[in-house]
Design a protein around this ligand. Structure first.
Ligand code: ATP
Ligand code: ZN
Ligand code: MG
Length: 396
């Protein structure tokens, strides 16, 4: 952690409901920023910076930060937070950060920023949790799908993803088909300091990205045709990638994680009823897992320019609810999954039509597998003897 800090007084006081979200966006404001903290009162921002900024650099950083705060907070009103389930007071038996013990035991190792390898305990726990999510999928008779890890740039563009979430994209490329380029690379490429010693021109134009979400693949596969039978329920697990910059911390925020989803495509009623059914069916599962959590309305992590409008829209139409598990060691909560409704957004953008020719509606129930396991361990510890019976028995 750098010892240089820069204090900024925002021109607009950041309302409390936005402090976390503004703080998260500040990571992307300038490469000099290695950390940011917004005070709870919202009238002070403390930036951690790589080096001591001179006056010109300070002014520049200040201006960039002010513009982010202005974009996100100007005219923003407190969203109506809806709590659908509240079991935060469910008893838990552990109060440390499980990460220390996981690392010490070799159960988790970090290959690079945000890239983790899991040992047997985490792997078995994740398999068990996934089994529970598959039971949910089965209860809907969801059809299994397998998706690629790469995602087509063409389709992501059509889904307006570049506008909404540019900051967290991860691009996939390859060397241009050129003998000189490939030969030079094979001779000289090496890792130095903070990356490969090569220049961007040797790479091809971007055709693919690493998938930022799982269900998008299903919508892409259904594009430009009528939806057979007018409805579809599917399930899939996928590798997902979100570059969360300096917010990439422990298993809470990874660059590469996995998401199991149950996905609904059909009429508005079909999607909304199933999303609600999914939520209700999961309640007894969380109870068996002994999970202390709440389900609360939320918004997607839109980037600055789109944030205010889109977040308000999601809130007004109740498009997203998060399952937020308690992390006792830091007295906070972490989203381990979400219940989402996209209206006919994908139906329109992907041209997926229902029998009456109207665009299909879509929704999904999504679980972050590593986060779910991490939150479980944060609540119950690493010793299976202290785990809720259902989990202990299944894993013994
Ligand atoms: P957050 O609010 O924490 O950024 P999100 O709202 O972007 O998460 P969704 O798009 O709803 O998350 O994704 C579904 C689930 O995938 C999340 O509830 C979480 O469990 C998991 N997830 C999302 N981003 C990450 C990440 N960077 N690392 C690990 N898991 C993640
Ligand atoms: Zn989804
Ligand atoms: Mg969220």
């Amino acid at each position: 952690m750098s010892e240089h800090t820069l204090e900024i007084t925002p021109e607009i006081t950041i309302p409390e409901h936005l402090t976390g979200q503004v703080q998260a966006r500040l990571a992307y404001v300038d490469e000099w920023i290695t950390g940011a903290e917004v005070t709870t009162s919202g009238d002070q921002i403390v930036l951690q910076v790589k080096a001591a900024p001179d006056e010109a650099r300070s002014d520049e950083l200040n201006a960039k930060v002010q513009s982010v705060v202005n974009e996100m907070a100007r005219g923003s009103f407190k969203p109506k937070v809806e709590i659908l389930e509240d079991h935060l007071d469910r008893p838990t038996s552990y109060s440390k950060d499980p990460m220390d013990e996981l690392l010490a035991r070799g159960e988790v190792s970090e290959e690079g920023t945000g890239m983790f390898t899991f040992g047997p305990l985490m792997s078995r726990l994740i398999d068990y949790l996934e089994g529970r999510f598959l039971e949910l999928a089965d209860s809907f008779d969801a059809q299994p799908y397998r998706f690629p890890t790469l995602m087509s740039a063409k389709f992501l563009g059509r889904a307006d993803y570049f506008r909404a979430f540019p900051h967290s994209l991860t691009f996939a490329t390859h060397l241009r088909e050129d003998l000189e380029i490939i030969s030079a690379f094979s001779k000289d490429a090496a890792y130095e300091e903070d990356g490969l010693n090569v220049s961007p021109e040797i790479f091809s134009k971007i055709q693919a990205l690493l998938s930022p979400a799982t269900c998008y693949h299903l919508y892409f596969s259904l594009a430009d045709k009528p939806l057979p039978n007018g409805e579809l329920t599917a399930t899939a697990v996928g590798n997902c990638f979100r570059y969360e910059s300096t917010n990439l911390t422990s298993l809470e925020r990874m660059w590469n994680f996995s998401m199991r989803e149950v996905i609904f495509v059909g009429s508005k009623d079909f999607v909304l009823e199933n999303r609600e059914q999914g939520r209700q069916r999961m309640q007894s599962v969380y109870e068996e897992l002994g999970l202390a959590y709440m389900v609360e309305s939320a918004n997607d992590p839109f980037f600055v320019g789109e944030f205010r409008k889109q977040a308000a829209f999601q809130n007004a139409f109740q498009l997203k609810f998060e399952i937020r598990a308690c992390l006792p060691f830091k007295d906070s909560t972490l989203a381990v999954g979400s219940y989402n409704y996209h209206q006919d957004f994908f139906g329109r953008h992907m041209n997926i039509t229902l029998p009456d020719s109207s665009p299909a509606h879509t929704g999904c129930v999504a679980f972050g597998l590593e986060r779910f396991a991490y939150a479980f361990l944060a609540q119950h510890g690493l010793d299976p003897a202290n785990w809720p019976e259902a989990v202990r028995e299944a894993l013994s």
